[in-house]
Design a protein around this ligand. Structure first.
Ligand code: ZN
Length: 437
């Protein structure tokens, strides 16, 4: 007995050639891929003629707790953005706000075809976890971790031991809880001691998870690390033994050739947040990283740093911008960018054995796209158009772990209108409490 049979459709597995045929799902896993369906009876049959089936997108950097702060970070530099906008916002956020923020963020992710996010964490991780779990997507949770340095908000000053203990506690509660996993985090090297970095990496490795860390975001960060530790951030992390496949270097904008080589040789993956990078931080050398063999996933970052929270937009922007920066239209071809947004993102989060492509035995995280729209219908190559032409309105149905979270553009679990109305009111209340009205 098959639970769900989808097809015939254009199936784009990402780690195998596209074909026209069927995807079948049983027990939440992909049980069949082929030009013909199996002979088994199916509990649900989804006629999908003309549709495209792709793996759910993997968003490798998504601050769910910042969703109520959309628009707070427009047109300011990074340290103003962080110290005067984001930290006051985060301090004003209650656990109930964080839960609602995460739920709204997850709704936006579903509407854009994303089924797995890596959340680098805010302060109310239990609330964020509940919000994400209510929406039903998969997530790698984290807690924003800082134990030292300047500018930390008054309500957020913890010792190294306290930071670690809080994360151990969350790992015990959430790692492997439903579709949630836990990852240790380091906010930035400005606010993380070497003891915290070393202990964090050790704990993540023991848990079999990854560390999320903002790395080399601005030139001032490298200057600070040189002044306080004697080397740039990436070099210093390498000296500490922290660089490796289990450390996700988020942003990684300001790198020289040797640092790119250090990422490549250590297997340290990068989360490229195109919109957020270009808006606030600078232009990372993604094409150079790919040439060097660095594993790169894509991410949206948070609502105050991107304003759009769509992996579809990120794919398009990542491709276009690197072509322009390198003055070479052949870099970041569509197939590579689609892979960055799916399988490579899952690899960067250490979850490629579970999701990231349509493959037998993987969990059924997939998206049904409707190409019959003015922006897509005439595309010569529908696979290329997944990067160059796709928009949110093409996302018709979304499945995570074998469960439909959106079907024919309607969310199955959530009263979307009520949640959005509540979120708009709550966002205004948070701005008032943070003194940002
Ligand atoms: Zn971030």
């Amino acid at each position: 007995m098959t639970d769900v049979r989808i097809g015939p459709a254009l199936v784009v597995p990402v780690d195998a050639p596209p074909f026209t045929g069927y995807v079948e799902v049983t027990g939440g896993a992909i049980s069949h891929l082929g030009e013909a369906p199996t002979a088994a009876a199916a509990a649900e049959t989804v006629g999908a003629t003309g549709r495209i089936v792709v793996p759910g997108f993997v968003n490798t950097h998504c601050h769910t707790s910042q969703q109520l702060g959309r628009g707070l970070g427009d047109d300011v530099d990074l340290l103003t953005w962080l110290h005067e906008r984001i930290w006051p916002y985060e301090l004003a956020l209650t656990e109930a706000d964080a839960e609602l923020s995460a739920l709204v963020c997850a709704i936006e992710q579903i509407r854009n075809g994303t089924t797995l996010i890596a959340d680098p964490g805010g302060r109310h991780v239990d609330g964020m976890a509940r919000g994400i779990a209510a929406a039903g997507i998969r997530a790698l949770l984290g807690r924003s971790s800082m134990d030292s340095g300047d500018g930390r908000p008054k309500g957020d000053r913890e010792s190294t031991a306290e930071v670690l203990a809080a994360q151990d506690d969350l790992a015990a509660r959430w790692h492997g809880n439903g579709r949630l996993r836990f990852s240790y985090t380091l906010r930035t090297i400005f606010n993380c001691s070497d003891d915290l970095i070393t202990a964090t990496v050790e704990r993540a490795r023991a848990l079999g998870s990854v560390v999320q860390m903002h790395v080399a975001e601005i030139p001032e960060e490298n200057a600070h690390t040189v002044a306080t530790r004697g080397a740039t951030t990436v070099r210093h992390l390498a000296r500490l033994g922290a660089l490796g496949p289990d450390l996700l270097a988020v942003h990684a904008v300001w790198l020289d050739d040797d640092e790119i080589e250090l990422l490549a040789s250590s297997g340290c993956p990068v989360s490229h947040n195109a919109a957020s990078n270009y808006k606030i931080l600078g232009s990372p050398r993604i094409a150079d990283m790919l040439d060097a063999g660095v594993l790169v996933g894509l991410g949206t970052d948070g609502a105050p740093s991107n304003n759009r929270m769509s992996m579809i937009d990120e794919m398009w922007l990542a491709a276009i911008a690197q072509k322009g920066l390198r003055r070479d239209p052949t870099v970041l071809p569509a197939a590579a960018v689609l892979r960055m947004a799916t399988l490579d993102g899952a690899r960067a989060l250490g979850m490629a054995g579970l999701v990231g492509s349509l493959a037998l035995g993987k969990r059924a995280d997939l998206v049904l796209l409707d190409p019959f729209t003015a922006n897509f219908a005439t595309a010569a190559d529908p696979v290329s158009a997944l990067v160059t032409a796709l928009k949110s309105e093409n996302v018709e149905s979304v499945m995570c772990d074998g469960e439909w979270l959106m079907r024919d553009r309607r969310l199955t679990r959530i009263d979307e209108g009520a949640v959005l109305a509540e979120a708009a009111a709550r966002a205004a209340a948070v701005r008032r409490r943070a003194g940002m009205t």
